[in-house]
Design a protein around this ligand. Sequence first.
Ligand code: 0A1
Ligand code: ZN
Length: 873
Amino acid sequence: MSNNDTQIIDAAVPDAPAHQPEPQKIYLRDYEAPKYTVESVALDIRLFEEDATVEGRLQISRDAAGDVLLHAEDMEIEALYIDDTRVDDTAYTHSEGRLMLHDAPATFALRTEVRICPQTNTMLEGLYKAGTGDETMFVTQCEPEGFRRITPYPDRPDVLSTFTTRLEADKRYPTLLANGNLIEAGEVADAPERHYAIWHDPTHKPSYLFACVVANLDVLSDHYTTSDGRKVLLEVYAKAADIDKCHVGMQALKDAMAWDEDNYGCIYDLDRYMIVAVSQFNMGAMENKGLNIFNTACVLSSPETTTDARSFNVKAVIAHEYFHNWTGNRITCRDWFQLCLKEGFTVFRDQSFSADQQSAAVQRIDDVATLRAYQFNEDAGPLAHPVRPDSFVEINNFYTTTVYEKGAEIVRMLANMLGKEKFRQGTDEYFRRYDGQAVTVEDFLSALSVADERVLSFIDWYRQPGTPVVSGHQNYDAETQTLEITLTQKTRHVAGFDAPKALPIPVATAVFDKESGQIVAEEMLLLDKETQTYRFDNITGAPVVSLLRDFSAPVQLNFDYQDADLAFLLTHETNGFNRWQVTQILVNRILLQNHEPAIYLEALAKTLPNLAKDDAMLAARLLDIPSAQELASAISTDYDPDAVKAKRDGLYQQVAVHLADMWQPLYESLPITEYDDSAEARGVRALRNVVLDMALTAGVDNAADWAVQQYESAACMTERSGALKALVNHQVAGYETQLKNFYERFKADDLVIDLWFSAQAASEQVRVADIEALIAHTDFDWNTPNRVRSVISAFTTQPAVLWTPEGLALYTQAVAKLDDSNPVIASRLVQVLARWYTLVPSKREVAHRYLQALKEKVQSKHVRESLDSVLGA
Ligand code: 0A1
Ligand code: ZN
């Protein structure tokens, strides 16, 4: 079924059976432009104890009279009026989430009165209740298709309109917010316990950017003066106890606003920008126009309760949502297939912002590590899809790491290829040409191509699934002093797609002189054929090449480096990312190809002491050993989770023991001092936690005392939770005392208790019985996605336990439980099991059985689509 008006309801299609109707696939190729415009929308949302009424007034115009189709899910229709005349139920049909108005005039005013029930909305899409007791609040989540659960509407991103929203509720909820500007507020006549507020948003926006909040919240206020001299009111709303944790986010918002003006010429357009913190939210945050709604985990931050990594993430998410104001809101997506248009570009923008807030190399390391661990895994399995998918059953299933992170990598390749000035010329053209419109990936590339026509050839990156593998070798001829580098690209053929084409792959390359350690040539090679050879002249001495610097393309690189060349690069590379990169190649060779670890261990021993002094954060990253999950994604058959864990643990132990003499002096050189949020201080804290874990692994005398001491004297959460995790992972005698202490100390703070749950659920020592006990804990709550993630998702970091019959039984039961109450979350859990078919036969057979059994139990189209793909492997 296509995403266009005439086919939203096909009256000829008989009703599907209530049990497991055949999911309908929607195709990009069927897109048709909307057949009518909605000139304006006025909503009146009245919230009551048990439910809510929503009156919607739409001014609709089109070329001719006839049927009109609107989306309308999970609501009771109480009355419909066309041009102020009430129509009876022969004038419309409401079924399967669609409302068809028969024979409506060409231009008319539609008034709908419906009843919805936010109090029982556990899906967390549309208008829903979050929190309990005094903390009860009502919020919306409309992306991608939640608006249709609030009021009947053509709920598609290419229908843009202005919105006026009246909210009415009991005065127990003093906070009444919606998009735009506050027009009026007051008491409700004849109902002294109730009040209302009216908001108007003058911008034309798609319905997925609508938001409103009814709550009892405190607010942190500030201002930002734009570069064109307008004063914008900034507000962060949170429950009273959390308001002190909103300063980091507020500062990040101001930084992001200035950054976007400086780097893209994008200036904020409304008079007010609001952020609201919500404890129950499916994702990180949402960029609703002028009224962002945030998962508390992505906005609240304080040194005592938030780790550095989380706090850094808060700043990145604040920036991400703010950047959407131009890339997503002012220029939006024509249809949901174009999701990467807003997400890829916005992720690239938030990554660039973050890189400016810390070491750019560490930012790149972290972004690439995420890409490799999750996106490469997705691209290697049955859930592989193009950055711009061409079909889907449930769009919620496509908020994936491919759309987001690989989408960002494509924009990064373009930005690198164009260089700063030309990229800015291209983005200026994009904003100039398409402001106020709903557009496509082709439009984006076409705007950028004003700076360089080669941009257009990148369209295939959006269309073709699978991670390209770039292999290569070098040939040095000392006599002619020439170096030749030959590169070949290959992408696996993903079933259901055309045979893969050669893609344009920028390979940033440096050539080092082995003797002097100096760079003698530097070039951005463009590999756009299957095989190409590049020649470097005047290379006077034996060279070592360093490829894909800063990870210049999202590919898997198999270059025939000698291990000794990699060790050379660890010392001599000036590109911090590539220094980390060579440690990862060495580790992968040791773990997956049985290389001897000696060269790697020696190189680390040589590099670490100085690096620890110069750049503690980078030093901490150089000790990274890929996670068990990441290693698994590189194994395509006979994956044995126990063997991989044993091997990984073995190498970790070897590193710890080989460098054992280093840990005590290093730990002592990194004393706990007063909290400071500088990049250096964060680096010291990161390295201290890594060293503590290494020392415990190596069995260094007193390391257990350091851990307890660090736990007790911690000046911030990074130190305290680092110590706690080390104690739990190593089950240091008495670790239960610290766990209990942690719980008692922080039990009033949900986000910290999430940390407490995940430290146990993700422990190296975890057993299925421990997960069961955590689920049985009084603080566990299936209706709070953060809590579910802190136990159920945390547990997937231990594949050796997950892939046991007991592990799978527990995990698939969790999916079945969530299938009905929150299918978005349930489906994401299923996707983690995608590579079950790579397991060794005995485990594969068990996994298959559990997945099949799950299929019998689940109803939601979200889970069924994911499960069908996963089982189709
Ligand atoms: N657009 C948001 C992500 C988001 C998607 C779906 C949601 O609910 C189902 C919520 C948020 C972003 O990219 O930040
Ligand atoms: Zn986004």
